[in-house]
Design a protein around this ligand. Structure first.
Ligand code: NAP
Length: 247
């Protein structure tokens, strides 16, 4: 029996990898996309899915991903992204900003655009992985907050634009998630700085928690659109209210 197709970008690590695993257990054939081929090939073998090497900032890669996914897509999880640096605007490195906007905003938009005909044919669901950083800004993150706010605005436009199509438009917006590499990438491999992000926080969200939210949004009945699903650890009452036990 053929399984419905789910495409997950950023599937080589963290939330994307956990989502690919969760959607596979829900009965989807998952097309796992990211830049690191070895990782997505291993994942695809584990979950009986497919691997497509794809940098979402390269239009030819995105076109090839859509082509490989086929004529009907049931779920697209535009998850590839992340943060770079914690500079204040006074000394920001705008090259980091360009990468953040290229990946989180234009990369997600381009992936959605390329997959849209197949999403319409498959009466599919689009889920972006935004962030609470796109809803409330914090200092040292103007580039990341700006990118996630732009991704959020884009999804609100998209929902209006697609109302005549049988396609749902959902955003999952997590707070603090202790994922595989988010903070390591942000701090360019500095493990001490990355560990401090979660220091003293009892039970930050796991990537599996977020994957469950994505799978929920992706598997609701066809008439149910989860516009926004904001999810935080219980100890994070708001962006700036994070309980640290040793603080
Ligand atoms: P992660 O472990 O660093 O995973 C990021 C994924 O994105 C990797 O698979 C990476 O794969 C992929 N990626 C990055 N640039 C890419 C590109 N140009 N083309 C294709 N894939 C690319 O971090 P994560 O926490 O799972 O992050 C996933 C998403 O959740 C991001 O959009 C992030 O902004 C969002 N988020 C994270 C948190 C958090 O606290 N962790 C909170 C809210 C939202 P390759 O390097 O192999 O390409």
């Amino acid at each position: 029996m053929t399984r419905p197709i789910a495409v997950v970008t950023g599937a080589s690590s963290g939330i994307g990898r956990a989502t690919a695993r969760t959607l596979a257990t829900e009965g989807f054939e998952v097309v796992c996309a990211a830049r690191r081929t070895d990782r997505i090939e291993a994942l695809a073998a584990e979950i009986d899915g497919r691997a497509v090497t794809c940098d979402v900032t390269k239009s030819e890669d995105v076109a090839a991903l859509a082509e490989a996914a086929g004529e009907r897509i049931a779920v697209l999880v535009a998850n590839a992204g992340g943060a770079l640096g914690t500079d204040h605007i006074a000394d920001a490195d705008f090259e980091d900003w360009r990468i953040m906007f290229d990946t989180n905003v234009i990369g997600s938009a381009a992936t959605i655009q390329a997959c849209l005909p197949a999403l319409c044919a498959g009466r599919g669901v689009i889920v972006t992985v935004g962030s609470t950083a796109g809803l409330v800004s914090y200092e040292g993150a103007a580039g990341y907050c700006g990118a996630k706010a732009a991704e959020h605005a884009m999804m609100m436009s998209l929902r209006l634009e697609l109302v005549e199509q049988p396609v749902r438009v959902c955003e999952v917006l997590p707070g603090l998630v202790e994922s595989d590499e988010f903070s390591l990438v942000r701090f360019r491999g500095d493990t001490d700085k990355a560990a401090k992000v979660y220091a003293g926080v009892r039970n930050p969200l796991t990537q599996e928690d977020v994957a469950s939210c994505i799978a929920f949004a992706a598997t609701c009945p066809e008439h149910v659109n989860i516009d926004q699903l904001v999810v935080r650890p219980r100890v994070q009452a708001a962006a700036h209210k994070l309980l640290r036990e040793d603080a």
